[in-house]
Design a protein around this ligand. Structure first.
Ligand SMILES: Nc1ccn([C@@H]2O[C@H](COP(=O)(O)O)[C@@H](O)[C@H]2O)c(=O)n1
Ligand SMILES: [Mg+2]
Length: 289
């Protein structure tokens, strides 16, 4: 059915259930389908040439427009809070206030750097960011079949939009909800617009007012793509979901986190920098019979 599911990076706890969901999504057809995806470390790569790829935040943190002192402070925040973000032994209740603290402190630091709106495109061009292998096929297939893709990211919307624009895949079926920068009249960053989106509040609470899911209420089949336990709630605002397939990229601390990922995601992709499995499933679903 989907040969890519035989890849050694694929782990599935309940294979029959997964095949049943894929078959049901195919039966419902492309007019009922939507894709809901995280951005950083899901559509973008985790590793690049033996190093960590930057997140949309890191692209700014590491850029020439941030002072050396600012860079150091942002790195210190990352080293303190990232292990908390991915710690499988802490509860979400414990993590949430700490994530608000991280995002707020990082956004305050970035807002002190006099970042110009007009510099974002060049900053992205100069960065090491890479989309996962197969991103072209993913975006092309969805566009060709009129399947909407909703990117729900706790990263920086202005930066991630520029990444997909430069990759020539920012098609009309792509919608983004993320943290956006607020620039003053002369185009200098003054703050970030609310509501703040962090790893563990990616749910309906931050989507109020966007009406995105209401417009797509007929799209009752969902393929959800994420890399964090926080991404599992991204589809919570979709009314009357009939079939949902959750695919999780397990990028870091694989051994420690495997159990929780297998319990929560239908398909877990371990240290897999490609979109092969997602593309294989979509090819099968979208193939007209
Ligand atoms: N100051 C920060 C805050 C968060 N991050 C990382 O961003 C990712 C969130 O974006 P998603 O598209 O994945 O929702 C998450 O992986 C955080 O670790 C950061 O790099 N810097
Ligand atoms: Mg992510």
């Amino acid at each position: 059915m989907v040969p890519e599911l035989e890849k050694p990076t694929v782990r599935i706890l309940r294979p029959e259930r997964v095949l049943g969901i894929i078959r049901a999504i195919k039966e419902q057809g492309s007019s009922k389908l939507q894709v809901i995806s995280d951005f950083d470390m899901t559509l973008s790569r985790f590793g690049c040439n033996g190093r960590r790829c930057p997140t949309s935040h890191n692209i700014l943190d590491n850029s020439r427009v941030v002072s050396e002192d600012g860079k150091k402070k942002l790195k210190d925040l990352l080293h303190y809070y990232y292990p908390i973000e991915i710690d499988p032994n802490r509860t979400l209740e414990e993590k949430r206030p700490l994530m608000v603290e991280w995002w707020t402190r990082a956004h305050d630091l970035l807002s002190q750097q006099k970042i110009q709106k007009g510099d974002i495109a060049q900053i992205v061009r100069e960065s090491d960011v890479m989309l996962r292998d197969g991103f072209n096929e993913l975006f092309d297939q969805l566009y060709k079949h009129n399947v909407p893709i909703f990117i729900f990211s706790a990263g920086i919307g202005d930066v991630l939009e520029e990444i997909i624009r430069q990759a020539n895949v920012f098609y009309s079926n792509v919608n983004v909800v993320s943290n956006y920068m607020d620039f003053d009249d002369s185009g200098v960053l003054k703050c970030f617009k609310g509501p703040l989106i962090h790893t563990y509040n990616k749910n309906n609470s931050v989507l109020q007012g966007t009406e995105y899911f209401q417009q797509l209420s007929g799209r009752t089949s969902i393929i959800l793509l994420g890399d964090s336990m926080g991404d599992l709630t991204m589809a919570d605002g979709v009314p009357s979901v009939e079939n949902i397939l959750k695919i999780g990229f397990l990028n870091d601390k694989v051994e420690e986190r495997r159990g929780k990922y297998l319990d929560s995601y239908d398909i877990v992709l371990e240290s897999d920098e490609t979109l092969d499995v997602v593309n294989g499933i979509l090819r099968y679903i979208l193939l007209e019979t």
